[in-house]
Design a protein around this ligand. Structure first.
Ligand code: HPA
Ligand code: ZN
Length: 335
């Protein structure tokens, strides 16, 4: 099964680029930029990655992002993720970035977006990896702050396909960002939001009905509403599920308890993603492998999950077909 997973071409739809910052690059950038980090060595960093919930992770994740200062730093972080895409056979990726984490430290929006987008352009040229960029608002900040960030992104509109919503979920429901999402829709952006990761399924309803989003990031709490499950099935709204993240942040006790197979068997449009792979012990293949080692997923299930990702991505139908043909070809050879 491991070989089968590794060989299949894949898409990733839920990866925070700041969450791909590995400890060794964090140390190198900290030294280069003269930024203090509260760890003596890589072992200490890894020991700190022992989370109890989403907030305990976010505190460490935002502190880690402090080492990113120059355009080259953003390029290097993104390029390191692209090399992981090559290793994981990811041929299309849609990455989140959190501009407010950086602009609040005096880093310009331009520095961030150009560093990331130049690396993605090089990924297309060197490895034929296609990509899209999703700009997320931090939901623990105000809607006014999100509006300010939205204005800042407009000169770079051609580089950003979609607007998302992330950070501390509990107490910051989608309704808080209704107006800014309306504006983003008017400007032609696609929309997604983290919902139903830690907070209950009512956040998923809000994301759908008040923000008018096209995909739900996480969404695993949907299982507690039969009515919502029926709607997600009927409308085939994609869920970008992140198994390793859910285990590391204690959304589920262990992989055996994870509900991804139940969601899939119900007929929902489920995809597998790595979320913050440098913090959650592995990239996309590892997420699939951990599931397969603990849950009875068939090869057919794996193929369905992978095809769902391509179908739920923001690429043209033509490119979707091309990629899905590749999956069919390689999936058959191995079965
Ligand atoms: N949830 C919310 N915000 C995040 C996450 C997540 O899993 N990862 C990075 N920012
Ligand atoms: Zn996420």
């Amino acid at each position: 099964m491991k070989e089968f997973i590794k060989k299949l071409p894949k898409a990733e739809l839920h990866i925070h680029i700041e969450g791909s910052l590995e400890p060794d690059l964090m140390f190198r950038l900290a030294k280069k930029n003269g930024i203090e980090i509260p760890y003596k060595n890589i072992e200490e960093v890894k020991a700190a990655y022992n989370f109890t919930n989403l907030q305990s992770f976010l505190d460490i994740y935002y502190a880690g992002a402090n080492v990113l200062i120059t355009k080259d730093d953003f390029y290097d972080m993104t390029w390191a993720y692209i090399l992981k895409c090559v290793e994981n056979n990811i041929i299309h990726t849609e990455i989140f970035f959190d501009p407010q984490t950086h602009t609040s430290r005096g880093i310009s929006f331009e520095t961030v977006i150009l560093g990331i987008s130049e690396a993605l352009n090089d990924a297309q040229k060197k490895f034929a990896i296609s990509s899209n960029i999703i700009m997320c608002f931090l939901r623990h900040l105000s809607q006014d702050d999100a509006f300010k960030t939205f204005e800042e992104c407009l000169p770079f509109k051609d580089k950003i396909i979609c607007i998302g919503l992330d950070s501390s979920e509990l107490g910051h429901p989608p309704s808080k960002f209704k107006e800014v999402f309306k504006k983003a829709k008017e400007e032609g952006f696609k929309l997604v939001a983290h919902a139903g990761e830690e907070a209950d399924y009512t956040y998923i309803y809000e994301a759908l009905d008040l923000l008018d989003i096209q995909r739900i990031d996480h969404g695993v709490q949907a299982i507690y509403s039969k009515e919502l499950m029926e709607r997600l099935k009927k409308e085939q709204i994609p869920l970008t599920v992140c198994p390793n993240s859910n285990i590391e942040l204690k959304v589920f006790e262990n992989y055996k308890q994870h509900n991804i197979k139940k969601l899939l068997d119900y007929g929902l449009n489920v995809t597998v993603n790595s979320d913050d792979p440098a913090y959650f012990k592995g990239y996309l293949n590892k997420n699939f492998i951990n599931l397969c080692e603990n849950i009875d997923l068939s090869k057919k299930d794996i193929i369905t999950l992978i095809k769902n990702s391509f179908n739920a991505s923001f690429i043209s139908d033509e490119l979707k077909n091309e990629y899905i043909n590749k999956v069919n070809k390689i999936g058959q050879i191995n079965e």
